[in-house]
Design a protein around this ligand. Sequence first.
Ligand SMILES: Cc1cc2nc3c(=O)[nH]c(=O)nc-3n(C[C@H](O)[C@H](O)[C@H](O)COP(=O)(O)OP(=O)(O)OC[C@H]3O[C@@H](n4cnc5c(N)ncnc54)[C@H](O)[C@@H]3O)c2cc1C
Length: 377
Amino acid sequence: MNILVIGAGPAGLMFSSQIKKLNPDWHINIIEKNNQDESVGWGVVLPGRAPHHPANPLSYLSNHESLDAQYIEEFKLTHHNDSALTKTGVTLCGAERKSMVHELRQLCIGLGISIEYEKPASKLVDLQCNKYDLVVVSNGINHTSTYYKEALKPKVEFGKNRYMWYGTTKKFDEMNLIFKTKAKGIFVAHCYKYSSNMSTFVVECSEETYINSGLDEMSTQNAEAFIASVFEEELDGQTVISPKGLKWRNFMTLSHEQAYSDNIVLLGDALQSGHFSIGHGTTMAVVGAQMLVKSVYDHSDNIATALEDFNQNVMPVMQLFDQHASTSRLWFESVEDRMHLSTPELAQSFATRRNQLPPLPPALGQALEKALARGEK
Ligand SMILES: Cc1cc2nc3c(=O)[nH]c(=O)nc-3n(C[C@H](O)[C@H](O)[C@H](O)COP(=O)(O)OP(=O)(O)OC[C@H]3O[C@@H](n4cnc5c(N)ncnc54)[C@H](O)[C@@H]3O)c2cc1C
């Protein structure tokens, strides 16, 4: 089998490594737009404790301990300068995205998969996809799939809030959600530790607040100083750091009605992206990758059947993810209406915002369990 994978992020790397383990003689080539060292963002939150949780990509790395991942068991919501602390009820894992991706790439290389850097796929038609048995498009939130507009029916939606993915040296031991009402508007920080000395610090605000506070016209440095002053107390006076080249933006949700066309299949964010406030994007990349591994493994004699099988199984899971992520995004976009609530009331509203939906973790657990039972069609 000859497979081309576009994008060396968690989705493409998880699929490549796991299918190669099952089929060492298959030829898999990954092409990646960026160079080896480039990676967007700081830390991400993953489910469970490595190596025990199958949806945590660190569980697939023999050297996961070297990543300095941090385990989190508490949730802290701060509002009106008052905090409510609760148990998360599950173990969460904060991990540095760059080292996680680096190690997943090493895993692939060790298995005999080639990765070509600084090789962006511009148009799928230029890649001569018919030369391959299978082309996996795992290039993140991207417009590439719009080349298949008719077949895949992509939908693009932009969130109303602006956000920025900052990092900070202040260590936040819990999953933190901090609401700050300032004269210029409301700012929300989502923050948690992801190594012994770093935390993720994602900040969002409405478009109006973004403009009223002057963030739209500030240099990167001035915006960092401004945000550090908004959250001065919680940051203990420490700074926030922007990832190279990243600007304040609106969250892009990319959804599809179908996961494949001919021998081309979408995976990870390229198939379905979801708002960062539910912290599930990487988990979805792992679950989707394992589902694709199962379909391709079980139907390796017929790729069309494999992709139809994948499509049937993956789309309901992706649609549920989309519903959870969109509900959560909308809760943050209308947060102004809840600023009069007390801290416990706001914490309650946050905790129950997705209660009308079927819960996501059991659905993912079932999908993953089925995907890992390979050979049982
Ligand atoms: C602010 C923020 C916070 C987040 N926090 C979390 C979190 O806490 N937990 C969580 O699980 N998820 C989180 N996510 C989501 C998570 O980062 C993504 O869901 C996840 O990285 C998806 O993996 P992927 O492999 O599909 O895409 P990506 O990680 O985006 O990887 C795609 C790869 O493809 C490459 N590429 C792009 N275009 C091309 C091209 N044309 N040709 C070749 N290569 C290309 C890119 O360089 C990249 O290496 C967050 C996202 C944001 C924006």
